[in-house]
Design a protein around this ligand. Structure first.
Ligand code: SF4
Length: 254
C-alpha cells in the first residue's frame, strides 16, 4: 500500500491528494464506526509511528511532480492523529509544498496537548461529531476504551478556540442519530465552526444512507450555521495517479 494516494474527488475539499500516516492493510483507529467501510482492524487510542516521515517525503515529492491537487489531506486507513510523527510529517509537507494542508479526523485525540499542537499547524481541520451524548457515541462510533464523548467534545471546543485556520464539523447522519439533529445543532453552535458538513453513508457499508429529502430537512435545523450537504455539493473531476490504489482504499465510490 502506498502512503500518498489520489487525487481523490472530494465534495468538501476539491481534488485532494491523500497522505496516509497509518498506511496499514487493515484499519487502525480510535473508533469502529458502524458505517465504516473498513471492517477489519484494530481499535486503540495508543499513539505510534506507522510510516517513516522520510518515506512520506519520498512519495510526496514524486507525486507532486505528477499531479497538481487543490489540497493535501492527512487521511487514510484509520485515525491520522494516532501517528506520533504527525508533527514532523507536517513540517516535511510544508517544506515540499505551499498547497493548503487539511486533515480528516474523528476528533477523539483533540484533548491531547501534543495532538492539539500539531493540529494548530494545519490549514483546514474537518472534525467528526456524530453524537450528542455518551450512549449515542458508543452506539455509533464504538470508541476504544478510555475515549469518551465528554473528553472528545471538550477537545473539539478547546482546539477550536486556539485554531486560526478553517475549522469544519462533519456529521454523518443515519437512522441512529437523525432524531437528534436538534441536539447536534445546539452542540455545533457551541463550537462555532466555519462550516458544517452534513453527510450520510453513501459509500457501500452496513448502514443505509438517509435520502436527499431527509438530509435537506436536517440541514434546515442547522439554520444560522454555514452548512454544506453531500447531496448538494458537486464533486470535481480527478485523474488519480493510481486507480488500483484507490480501489484498494475504497475511495472510488461517492
Ligand atoms: S473514524 Fe473513520 S476510519 Fe475510524 S472507524 Fe470511523 S469511519 Fe472508520
Amino acid at each position: 500500500m502506498k502512503i500518498v494516494y489520489g487525487p481523490v474527488a472530494s465534495w468538501r475539499l476539491g481534488r485532494s491528494l491523500g497522505v496516509d500516516l497509518i498506511c496499514s492493510e487493515k484499519k487502525i483507529c480510535t473508533f469502529d464506526c458502524i458505517y465504516c467501510q473498513l471492517k477489519e482492524g484494530k481499535v486503540t487510542n495508543k499513539r505510534d509511528s506507522f510510516v517513516s516521515s522520510e518515506e512520506v517525503k519520498k512519495e510526496l515529492k514524486l507525486a507532486l511532480k505528477q499531479t497538481t491537487p487543490d489540497v493535501i489531506t492527512l487521511s487514510g486507513m484509520g485515525e491520522p492523529t494516532l501517528a506520533k510523527n504527525m508533527n514532523r510529517t507536517i513540517e516535511i509537507i510544508r517544506e515540499l509544498s505551499d498547497l493548503p494542508l487539511a486533515i480528516l479526523t474523528n476528533s477523539s485525540l483533540m484533548n491531547d496537548e501534543n495532538v492539539q499542537n500539531s493540529l494548530k499547524k494545519i490549514d483546514i481541520i474537518v472534525a467528526k461529531l456524530d453524537a450528542h451524548n455518551q450512549v449515542l457515541f458508543e452506539n455509533i462510533n464504538r470508541p476504544a476504551e478510555g475515549v469518551t464523548f465528554e473528553k472528545t467534545f471538550a477537545g473539539i471546543k478547546s482546539l477550536r478556540r486556539h485554531f486560526n485556520g478553517k475549522f469544519a464539523i462533519q456529521i454523518m447522519f443515519m437512522k441512529e442519530n437523525k432524531e437528534h439533529a436538534q441536539e447536534l445543532a445546539e452542540l455545533t453552535k457551541e463550537i462555532c465552526p466555519d462550516e458544517v458538513q452534513i453527510n450520510t453513508p453513501l459509500r457501500p457499508c452496513d448502514v443505509k444512507p438517509l435520502s436527499k429529502r431527509e438530509l435537506d430537512e436536517i440541514e434546515k435545523i442547522f439554520t444560522g450555521l454555514n452548512t454544506i450537504s453531500v447531496y448538494n455539493s458537486p464533486k470535481p473531476k480527478t485523474d488519480p495517479l493510481d486507480k488500483l490504489e484507490l480501489i484498494k482504499r475504497r475511495r472510488l465510490e461517492p
